[in-house]
Ligand binder design. Structure first.
Ligand code: HEM
Length: 538
């Protein structure tokens, strides 16, 4: 039947439709009264003063005074586009998610972003890039809120405010820092050494992408997929760009920061407008859902670790095409609200402690950013599935709810929304056993290795890529005022690779320290630099 919770159409309310903003030939007030002038305030004679009774003047200025909303606390700078996801149907054995069934087409909205800069900052800075996708599936919205780097800085969400405070502008001078946060950034990542893996990806060419169209995307966390029979697997999501992975050189990035700070958003919009639609293939690495939640000795709940593709290849699931630019940046790109907890039946979370904290953070911040709890009614955020929630009232409520009993089930007007024998299509929280263990503020021992995968990444780089990494560390660390911080970061580099450490130390004019942890052998080069460079033949 018809959903009971929805935004009424203009015809139903007798008002103009809420999605189209303005109608008619004539300029009017917000109340629809026709105006004859919008350039002159109402004055006591041509030489004034201005009269308080000028409603049009006050309405126009008051509304303008309130046009700004807070920018995102992170990922404030971004660009978005609409598109379509077409499923290959290859996932049917591992997930019952309907949008992954064969031949399904699902509308999507994607927002790419930098992390640390403010809304007006330059596109080409050295930083991680956000890659957030909203799939408007007919079983509810699925948000894959990922980055262009497959690992994260921290293992526990409780450190997120700290890493962001360390990377955002200085509190006293408000000098933007990005990776050039310098003292605070390098202080944090050298104290919290689990950040070293993500940091080296940032110092590599991955930190300065050529184009959003040429970036990989990663869900980072391990998710749990459930098939129609209730069987589960663990999985990591990957986006691979059809155009391959390409980067700017550091010199290009710096020049573009001055010449064209909008380089990435311009590139995205121009490509789409020209009909050169960007494409990505969505894939998954699949792992057996064992009680240990490890694969090849790698803890799948540790978001600072990858699983090399040589050990678990990426299985293609479908194709994303971006084919339409937003008509209004504010309404679409700025007001879109992603959430890692927006999951359709067939995709569930794991106990990754970073993911668990994110499940709380996104809706919490959006209640401030989008002024109240009803932002899922904003057009860009509306599900394309019928919505029949019992959420009521609140700031900016747009729906006119029917019915006398806003709770389910009830015996008055709602019927039973959980009919027996018809629950198969509903979301099921996988009944994973929770360990019988004491409550502790402690990581598992498997989270303690902070260096071997960084070494793996370093060893997989070509000579020119290594050269870029050395130069990036040297450039950024040279900006630190505190020698003790440079020395502590050099110690981390010594624990990763002595040659890397020596080269950066030389660039900084400092001695290269000896490693303090054994340089254990790592698996053979996983050719990480090949990630995303393959595209299946059409
Ligand atoms: C925003 C990715 C970790 C809090 C974003 C966005 C992306 C993203 C892509 C931008 C969304 C958009 O375009 O609107 C990630 C990834 C993470 C991660 C891949 C780790 C794997 C975290 C953690 C927290 C967090 C641990 C907090 C505990 C936020 C907040 C926003 C945000 C508050 C702003 C959301 C908004 O205002 O709409 N994140 N993030 N993130 N993230 Fe994360």
């Amino acid at each position: 039947g018809a959903p009971e919770t929805r935004t009424p159409t203009g015809a139903e309310t007798g008002a103009q439709t809420t999605t189209n903003g303005q109608q008619g030939r004539f300029l009017t007030t917000a109340q629809g009264a026709r105006l004859r002038d919008t350039d002159h305030s109402l004055k006591a004679g041509p030489r004034g003063p201005v009269l308080l009774q000028d409603h049009h003047l006050r309405e126009k200025i008051t509304h303008f005074d309130h046009e700004r909303i807070p920018e995102r606390v992170v990922h404030a700078r971004g660009a978005g586009a609409h598109g379509v996801f077409e499923s290959y149907g290859t996932a049917e054995e591992i997930t019952k998610a309907g949008f992954l069934a064969k031949g399904r087409k699902t509308d999507v909205f994607v927002r790419f972003s930098t992390v640390l800069g403010s809304r007006g900052s330059a596109d080409t800075v050295r930083d991680t890039r956000g890659f957030a996708t909203k799939f408007y599936t007919d079983e509810g919205t699925f948000d894959l809120v990922g980055n262009n780097i497959p690992v994260f800085f921290i293992q526990d969400a409780i450190k997120f405010p700290d890493i962001i405070h360390a990377g955002k502008p200085h509190p006293d001078r408000e000098i933007p820092q990005a990776q050039s946060a310098h003292d605070t950034f390098w202080d944090f990542v050298s104290l919290h050494t689990e950040a070293q893996h993500h940091t080296m990806w940032n110092m590599s060419d991955r930190g300065i992408p050529r184009s959003y169209r040429m970036m990989e995307g990663f869900g980072v966390h391990t998710f749990r997929l459930v098939n129609a029979g209730g069987e589960t697997v663990l999985a990591k999501f990957h986006w691979k760009p059809k155009l391959g992975v390409h980067s700017l050189t550091w010199e290009e990035a710096q020049l573009l920061g001055g010449i064209d700070p909008d380089f990435h958003r311009r590139d995205l919009y121009d490509a789409i407008e020209a009909g050169a639609y960007p494409e990505w293939e969505l894939g998954v690495q699949v792992f057996p859902d064992t009680p240990e939640e490890t694969f090849a000795g790698i803890d799948l709940l540790d978001p600072t670790k990858i699983v090399p593709e040589e050990l678990a290849s990426v299985q293609p699931l479908g194709r994303l095409t971006l084919n339409r630019t937003p008509t209004n940046f504010f309404a679409e790109t700025e007001q879109v609200a992603f959430h890692v907890g927006h999951l359709p039946p067939g995709i569930d979370v794991t106990n990754d402690p970073l993911l668990q904290g994110r499940l709380f953070s996104y809706v919490d911040t959006q209640i401030t950013r989008l002024a109240g709890p009803n932002f899922s009614q904003i057009p860009i955020n509306r599900p394309h599935a019928p919505v029949n929630d019992m959420l009521r009232d609140g700031f900016h409520q747009q729906a006119v709810h029917a019915g006398v009993a806003p709770y389910r089930p009830n015996s008055l007007d709602g019927g039973n929304p959980f009919p027996a024998g018809d629950k198969d299509n509903a979301f099921v929280d996988v009944p994973v056993t929770v360990a019988e263990a004491p409550k502790v503020r402690q990581n598992p021992a498997s989270f303690d290795d902070h260096f071997s995968q960084v070494r793996l990444f370093w060893q997989s780089m070509s000579p020119v890529e290594k050269e870029h990494i050395i130069r990036a560390y040297t450039f950024e660390l040279a900006k630190c005022y505190h020698q003790a911080i440079k020395e502590r970061q050099l110690q981390c580099l010594a624990n990763i690779d002595p040659v890397l450490c020596a080269q950066v130390a030389t660039g900084l004019g400092l001695p290269a320290p000896e490693p303090t942890v054994p340089l254990a052998e790592v698996a053979p080069s996983p050719a990480l630099s090949q990630l995303g460079k393959e595209w299946p033949s059409d």
